[in-house]
Structures are given as C-alpha cells and as structure tokens.
Design a binder for this molecule. Sequence first.
Ligand SMILES: [Fe+2]
Length: 301
Amino acid sequence: MPILTRLEALRAGAAAQPITFDAVPTVPVPADPDPISAATLAEIVRRYRRHGFALAQFPSGPWTERTVERLAAGLGLGEPFVPPLYTRGGYASSAVSRIGAPADGAASTDQHPHFETTVGQELHCDGTLQEIGEVRSAILLCQSQGVDGGTTTLFNAHGAFTELLDADPEAARALTARGVLVRRATFNGSSETRETPAFTVHEGQLVCRYCVDATDRWAVPPGGDADAIGRGTEFLHRARQIGSRYVRRIDLVAGQALVMDNTRISHGRDAYRDGPGRRRCLLRSLHLHHPRHAGTDDDDR
Ligand SMILES: [Fe+2]
C-alpha cells in the first residue's frame, strides 16, 4: 500500500464521503410516530449521508425523550453517549439532555448550565472534551418553540475545508496540527481544556471539528505555522457567513428532529426569547456511531 503524504491523505479523505448543502429537500421526512417505518429511516440515512444532516417531522405529540430514543434505536445509533464531563461534580445527566432556559424565578435544574441559557451559540461540534470525531452524530428534537429567535445554523465544514485544500493546501494542512483548536469546558467551576486538530483523517475519512463558540480558540502549537493557520481560519470564517453555499439556516418547529453528522458539519443557534407558555425546549442525544439502516449498504458509513 503506498504511503500517502499528509496532503494526499487529506485529499483522499475529503473525496471519500463528500457532502453538499445543494438541493437539500425543503420538506422534512415525514416520520410515523410508532413504529418509525423502514422507509422513513432509510430516507433519513440517505439525506444524512448526502447532506450531513436530515430533518424529520413527527406528526403528533407528545414529543419526549422516548421519541429521541426510538429514533436513535431505529437508526442504529446505539445508546446515547453521556460525556464524562456531564456527571462530574455531582451533576446529574440523563441520556437525553433537555436544552431550555428555566422560567423566570424557577429554580435551575442540575443539568449542564450551558443548556439553560437563551444566548446564542456560535458554530461548534458537540462533545467539548472528547477527541475529534469521537461523537459522530447527534439528534436534536424540538419539543416546543420560544417566542422568537433560536434559528439553527448548520455549516458544511467538510465542504469548506475541501475547497481550502485546493485553494491553499498549506493553510489546510496547518489546521490538522494537534493543538490548533483549544476547547474549554465551562462546567461546575471546571476549566479543563482539550487540544485537538480542527481537521484530521481517520479511517480514510476527513473528520471535522470546526468550533468558534465562546469557549473555543485557535492556537499555534509548537512548530505550527502561524501564518498558514491564520489564512486557514480566515478562509473558513468567510465560508461560514450567512448566504454562503456552505451554510443552511433552520427554524426547528415542534415535533421536528434534526439528525446531524457531528464529524462533517458544525452547528450553532441564535439567541432566543421565551414568554409565558412559550418556552423553547429541545431534547438532545449524542452518539458514537453514524446512522445506518437495514435497507442501506454499509454498517457505519
Ligand atoms: Fe451543540
């Protein structure tokens, strides 16, 4: 087997499973409540592989943790993954997290504090302290909407990086150095950090971890090329602007589930506002596998 240079490996990895935001279906996959049909699951897997995400609409509520678990089971995602971070320091964490702000005056729950705010979140991948590519997929189910705001932004980091590989290969390669991305936990007083590449190749696939949220930062690791890193991050910054071919904006409505490839796209959300009887609540699970279905070809992409 020939030994590939780093750039050759990156190009081969990027070409192996490209995704595109072009021609994303405007209508969500209609999902039957119970059981979820084989045809529905196969269509979710097809869209996920082609676009890096799939949107499904459950027709009637209640939409609960059980809905997320049934969808995950149907897609072969296995048990939800709970990052060790979530249960440190006495915090409790269920397999499916509730993301929503407590009502004014209501006591906070013991969940992840980051889940209980109405502020916006810049683009990131889930699994802050996990290794790049470890959390492969995530499900976000909208249980209820707030008054306004909360639009979800999706960024095709895989596609943008592939373009960077052609435009400025040295800049692309610089972003594969370990330590170029530093992510920090903001949890029960913890300031633990994780230093990883922003992009890498794993098992022949390009794996992405483009994160620019408040607790993420770019760094120049020892031996790193600061100028090339700067060019690469600037290229991706331009590529992630609203209106770019690499960006999609989605307003999740109640009963909609977003299944995301956490290794190819990044996600974020706008700030939002709750009101009486209109509290935004999302249910989220993380998974160590990509979706698959009996009707599709391979077992894990
Ligand atoms: Fe997230």
